[in-house]
Every structure is written in C-alpha cells, then in structure tokens.
Design a protein around this ligand. Sequence first.
Ligand code: 5AD
Ligand code: SF4
Length: 435
Amino acid sequence: MSAPKKLYIKTYGCQMNVYDSERMAEALGGEGYVPTESAADADMILLNTCHIREKAAEKVYSELGRYKGLKAEKPDLKIGVAGCVAQAEGAEIMRRQPMVDLVVGPQSYHRLPELEARARDGQKALDTDFPEEDKFDHLKARPKARRGPTAFLTVQEGCDKFCAFCVVPYTRGAEVSRPADRILSEARDLVERGVREITLLGQNVNAYHGHERGLAGLIRALAGIDGLARIRFTTSHPNDMDDELIAAHGDCEKLMPYLHLPVQSGSDHILKRMNRQHTRAQYFDIIDRLRKVRPDLHLSGDFIVGFPEETEADFEDTLDLIERVGYGSAFSFKYSTRPGTPAAERAQLDEEVKDARLQRLQALLTRQQRALQDAMVGREVSVLFEKPGRLPGQMVGKSEYLHAVHVAADGLAAGDLRRVRVVESGPNSLKGVLV
Ligand code: 5AD
Ligand code: SF4
C-alpha cells in the first residue's frame, strides 16, 4: 500500500470556514489524505479563504507566493484555493498565480474528490458553481473517530439581506437551509463521538427555515438529544429574532445565555444607508424582550465605523447604543470598500477619521467587556472543559457565557461539565475552583 498523502489546510475568516475545512479534510480523507500541520510536509495545500474585508485577495496571493519554493522542490505538490475568495475571483486566481491547481467555491466542496483527481492528473480544476444539490449530503459522512467536546455544525448558508457593505450575498449566494432531519442525525453522530456542545452556524442562522418552527424548532429538537449538553448559534440578524426564538432563550435550558446579534451602527440614518431594514429602537426592543426572559444574557455584536456619510453625531449614536446595551464581547471594524457592493460607489470618509473612531469605539467595548468579566468574580458558572491549561494540572473550558475559565483540580478531563466558582478575573480569562 502506498504511504498516505498529506493535506495541509489553512483556514481564514469565520467559524463556517472552520467547519468547511473539517468537512473538506474528511472528504479528502476518503481519497487517502491524512492531515498535517506543516505546509512543507504536504502533498496538497488548501487555503480556505475569506473575502469579508479588504485586502483578502491580496493576502491570499502573498500566501501563495510563499509556496513557490515548495512547489519548485516538489513538483507533485498540489495547491488549491477554496472559500469566498475562490468564489469571487474564480479563474483569475489561476491566471495571476499559475501554480494553483485547483479553485473551488464554498458550494462545490462535495466535488472536491473529483477536482483533486483532475489536479493529480495534471489538469487545472475549477468549480465555482451554485449547484442545486446540498453539498453536505454529497460529502462523505463524518468518520466515527472520537473528537473534542465542542463542534460547529452548519445549518444554513447564504444571505438574502444585501446590507450595502457586505459581499456575503454574492460569495455565498441566496439563503439555503439544510433539512432538520439531516442536522439531527449529524448532531447525534457528533454526540456519539464525544461532543457535548454544538454551535449551529449560518451566515444568517436565525433565518433558518429547514424546520417548520424555524431555528427555535430545530433547537428544541436538538435539545432532545441525550448527551448533548449545550447549544449555541451564530450569526443572527435582528429582523429574524422571532418570538419563538426569544422564548427559547427563556425556557430551553440547553440553549446557552449568550447571543451574537450584530447591529453594525447605532445611528438610524446609517442603519438606513446600510440597508439594515431596522431602527435602533427596534434593536433595543429585541434586547429588552430577550432580557425579560433571560436577564443574565450576555450579548455580543459587530460594529462598523466610518461607513460612508457617518457624521460625528452618527458615530456618537453608536457609542450611546453600546453604553445602553452593554456587550459581553464584540468585534469592530473600519468600513472597507468591497467591489460590487452598493456602498463601495459612495464617497468615502478619510482614513484618519475612521482610525480615530475605531480607537474610541474599541476603548469603550474593551472597558465594557472587562467590567462584565470582572463582575463574574464570586459567581457560580458551569464550565465545559476542553483542554489542558498552561500551568500543570490546570484545565481550561468555557462558561455558559463563553468566558474562558481556568481551573486546577485533580482528575478533570476534556468533556467534563462542572460547576465552578469564579475567584479571579485576568486579562483574557477567569480563574475558578470546583464547587
Ligand atoms: N467593511 C467592514 N466590515 C465589514 N463587515 C462585513 N463587511 C464589511 C466591510 N465591507 C463586518 C460586519 C459583519 C462582520 C462579519 O464583518 O460587521 O457583521
Ligand atoms: Fe452580510 Fe450579514 Fe448583512 Fe447578510 S445580514 S448582507 S451576511 S452583514
């Protein structure tokens, strides 16, 4: 038997890419590939790319440039580009970087074994279609090997919202939901393999319609799986936070009290120009209703500063929204033009203005996050342990609010779910003792 071929995957961007990379590795496992952590050892290098913000394509080209030497030493090395840059750039990638053998868009991963065979044959292989079939049905089933206690599971892809800054509706296409029965069987399989927490993924996950009662229906069905202890989901749009999903946050014990609900801006004028289709008052109303049923809910958000036409007053509205909501964590970005999106055509703000606003926004968010984290000291949380910590005898896991918690105790193992009293708050994590 020939030695297994080695596959090196480098993943950029969001959690959905992390999930896709796992599934691609499994699909290529069927073709005799085993994973490697080192590009230098690989027989195939696959870059799973992200196109959400500026310079994404440039980063990919410069990463590819670094593999030139490897390819010269090892002519049989195959190099592939997957993900949203592959979708957006297509054949242009092969034109600019002829050493690329394979380009595959996110909706065509089930065709990867076929594309790999073509590449191995010395041909160029390209697939950036949006096929009718569900790629996950056609991807090899996940193998039965044991795995860590947390997993991502994609339930929905694509987006129909067309926010004026965003490339996702173009790179990932229209909203498509996977049928609930397939998701349930994949989840059962993950649980058999040792998974205790599943994060449901979708570009617009709360628009999920593969269950007659939407995402809330799917969550309640998943909650019926013995051995599955925790459910999370990300990323959501405020307009799809329906009553059932809000109610689930109050009465579904396995649904964790943490919600990523991006608002992007706190100014009604900017929200309108972003085509977000809701106002700040509507956002506050959703948060109020969520907190009524789950007062300890930790909120997370995404913010864009320096969107075209954003005035100082608009920006202050964003700061004010943040003050009022109180975020447990958040991601913030300077607006960057994405070719093909409506806002890219508008007059742009000065870079210095964007930089200064981003700094002010991040200072506020950091202060807020730190205060909420510090407020955990003295409280009891549940921790799902994931891996050893830096210090001997220590394990680290996540609380229900997604804080990293370090605990030193004998006999703790990955997958244990234990009550912990928080005793200290550090720069990025909490320290606790078993209760
Ligand atoms: N510029 C800056 N940030 C962006 N995002 C999406 N598109 C852009 C852009 N053109 C941010 C949004 C989104 C997150 C995933 O990335 O905040 O929620
Ligand atoms: Fe992009 Fe999210 Fe807006 Fe869809 S809802 S267009 S993914 S920012």
